[in-house]
Every structure is written in structure tokens, then in C-alpha cells.
Design a protein around this ligand. Structure first.
Ligand code: SAH
Length: 349
């Protein structure tokens, strides 16, 4: 994307409605022209200003001369035998990130990254091996959705879920993530229902009340993964800074909307955190919280020392939890054969 003068055109992807209205004013156009660009880019998924036929031709040409709409570029796609597709996406500065498309019968799920790499160093997660690279911008987050929608030719009326469960810790990049969520959920934006968007956090405790105050608040999932402070610190070093006790206090104070619940994810590691006693303790920890638990069998890989719990262990934990009135579900991750499953996003080629 370059103008005739050779300077690169400015990418408008990720700009809010306000920012695009400002841009229209700067170009000497009325404010509402900004909203038309906004609808064109996000709701109508156009990336060529020439197709924004509700703008007059002079303005379209002016836009094309100085601006562009560039999605992250699909560098490679890896199709799992279960239908999930892992996308390796190249960003404008050459960094790579990953997103996953998971088709289901009545709706599909898009799993997005919030950062390149991750700083948290969870012992069982392959993204951690990359270390922290950088935060993604709102445009790069929305761009993951648009790149997958385009690659998969997903029609506008299709029902989609979006989960921030790819690379990175969304609550360490909260402003850009929320800016992207606003565009995704806005009626003039991509128009996804807010209750179909979920942010997952490893537990950045002070950001939880911040998220609670957001006017466009998606659903929240917490990666619990352990039943005691010691066990959690051994698996997730951030537990030293934000202990389980403080995390659960923040969860108890979280203002859930009617019918909303918190989801707790629990990766099952053979012989580490998968005993019946672990399940009893988890039920105890979650008492008084409107919660459900997703039990995720560990997705293995050669670089890490853990093994997945046998299925009968997974089922035993589910039984103990439901017996204690904690709804628990088994989540077999999809896309394991192409490194697309939970915790496996590590830019494998
Ligand atoms: N940083 C955020 C977002 C990533 S979500 C968070 O931690 O919630 C990725 C989910 O996959 C987390 O619930 C994490 O606990 C889980 N996970 C990480 N490594 C895994 C692995 N090897 N197998 C299964 N799940 C894993």
C-alpha cells in the first residue's frame, strides 16, 4: 500500500467511529462521512475506497491517495483434520501472530491473539516459550477477524463467537483490546453480539475491576489451572504477584449481569493438578461465585515436561465438581494436529 509519492498510505483499520469522523472533518468533509467510512470498512467489510459508493467520487479518490485498509496478510494456513484452521498472519512490521478458525454446525468460533508472544511464562503453555514480543494494536486485532472472514468467505449473516484465547494476555493490552471489542460489537461495526465475545485472563487482578467498568464489556474467563496457592505459583509464576486469594476476591466483586457467569478454565496435567482432592478444592474456592468450569486436557508437545491426564481422570474431576454444584464441562481442544489447540500457538511452521 503506497501512494504515488512513494510514502506508505496510512492504514485506517482499527480506527474508531470518532477517529474516522475526525478524519472526515480534516479532509474538509462533513462528520457523517466518517461514519460512512466506518460502516464501509467494518460492517460492509470493504477494503477498497472505490466501493464506498455512498461517498462522492472526489472524496473516494482523495482517500485512496492517502489512506488504505490493510488486513494482516495470511502467510500460511494449517488445516486440522477436525476442521479447525490455524492462520499464521504477517503484520505490517513483519511480526507474525496467529489466529484460529473453528467451524461448528450452527456457529463458528474465531480465537484471537492480543499480543505477539507472551510475558507470563506459564509452565504448560507453548506461547510462553516465545517470550514477550509486543502488544497488538486494535487494527491488528480487528484485522485478525477480517482476515479469517475473508479467507473462509464467511458471510455477513453468519453467527460467530470471538474468544481472546490465542497468544498473549489480553488484560496486559486492555485499551487496544477494548477498542477492538467496541468495533466488533458495534452495530455499525462488525455487529457481533457482545455476549458472544470472551476475554480470557491468566489473572491480572487490578485489571479485573477496570474491565468491569467498561461500557461495552465482553464476557470474562479466568485461567485457574490449580487448586492451591503453591500449585498455582509452580505452574503460573504470575501467581506470586497476583495470588489466587486476590484473584478470587476480584472475581467475587465482579458485577455479573443477569444470567452471566464467570468461566474458569482448568488445564489438566497428569499427576500434577488432576486428583479428586483438587476438584474438591476448586469447588471450595469457587463457592459463592456464579461460575462454570471448563476442564481442558493438556495439549502436549516435545518442549514441555507434562502429560495429559487420562480421560477417566478428566471425567472424575467433572463428576466431583458437578456433585458439588459447580457446572463443569470437558473441552477437548481442536486443531491439536496442526498446533492450533489451547496453549499451542507458538508460530510453528
Ligand atoms: N493469557 C490468557 C489468554 C490465553 S487463553 C489466559 O491465560 O487466559 C489460553 C488458554 O489455554 C488458557 O486457559 C491456558 O490456561 C490454556 N493452555 C495453555 N497451555 C495449554 C496447553 N498446553 N494445553 C491446554 N491448554 C493450555
Amino acid at each position: 500500500m503506497a501512494s504515488e509519492t512513494g510514502t506508505p498510505n496510512r492504514n485506517l483499520l482499527g480506527l474508531s467511529r470518532d477517529e474516522l469522523e475526525q478524519l472526515a472533518l480534516t479532509c474538509g468533509e462533513p462528520r457523517y462521512r466518517g461514519r460512512q467510512i466506518y460502516q464501509g470498512i467494518y460492517a460492509r467489510r470493504q477494503r477498497d475506497f472505490a466501493s464506498l459508493t455512498d461517498l462522492d467520487q472526489g472524496f473516494r479518490q482523495k482517500l485512496s491517495a492517502h489512506y488504505g485498509v490493510a488486513y494482516p496478510e495470511v502467510q500460511a494456513e494449517f488445516v486440522s483434520r477436525d476442521g479447525a484452521v490455524r492462520y499464521l498472519l504477517r503484520l505490517e512490521d513483519g511480526s507474525l501472530t496467529e489466529s484460529v478458525y473453528m467451524p461448528e454446525e450452527d456457529r463458528s468460533t474465531l480465537c484471537l491473539s492480543s499480543q505477539v508472544g507472551c510475558a507470563l511464562a506459564c509452565r504448560f503453555c507453548f506461547t510462553a516459550l516465545l517470550g514477550a514480543k509486543r502488544d497488538l494494536t486494535a487494527g491488528e486485532i480487528v484485522g485478525q477477524v477480517l482476515a479469517m472472514v475473508e479467507a473462509q468467505r464467511i458471510p455477513r449473516r453468519a453467527r460467530l463467537n470471538v474468544v481472546f484465547m490465542g497468544m498473549g494476555e489480553p488484560l496486559l493490552n486492555l485499551r487496544p483490546v477494548m477498542k477492538a471489542v467496541t468495533i466488533l460489537a458495534d452495530q455499525d461495526g462488525l455487529g457481533l453480539p457482545l455476549r458472544r465475545i470472551t476475554i480470557s485472563t491468566a489473572g491480572i487482578v487490578p485489571r479485573i475491576p477496570e474491565l468491569a467498568r467498561e461500557p461495552m464489556r465482553p464476557k470474562l474467563a479466568i485461567s485457574l489451572n490449580a487448586s492451591t496457592e503453591e500449585q498455582r505459583t509452580a505452574l503460573m509464576p504470575l501467581n506470586r504477584k497476583y495470588p489466587l486469594s486476590a484473584l478470587l476476591r476480584a472475581c467475587r466483586a465482579y458485577p455479573l449481569r443477569p444470567r452471566e457467569h464467570l468461566t474458569f478454565e482448568y488445564v489438566l496435567l497428569d499427576g500434577v493438578n488432576d486428583s479428586d482432592l483438587d476438584a474438591v478444592r476448586v469447588a471450595e474456592l469457587l463457592r459463592g461465585i456464579r461460575a462454570k468450569v471448563n476442564l481442558i486436557p493438556y495439549n502436549p508437545g516435545p518442549e514441555l515436561p507434562y502429560r495429559p491426564s487420562p480421560l477417566e481422570r478428566v471425567m472424575a474431576l467433572q463428576q466431583v465438581l458437578t456433585g458439588q454444584q459447580v457446572p463443569a464441562f470437558i473441552r477437548i481442544s481442536r486443531g491439536q494436529d496442526v498446533h492450533a489447540a489451547c496453549g499451542q500457538l507458538s508460530l510453528a511452521g
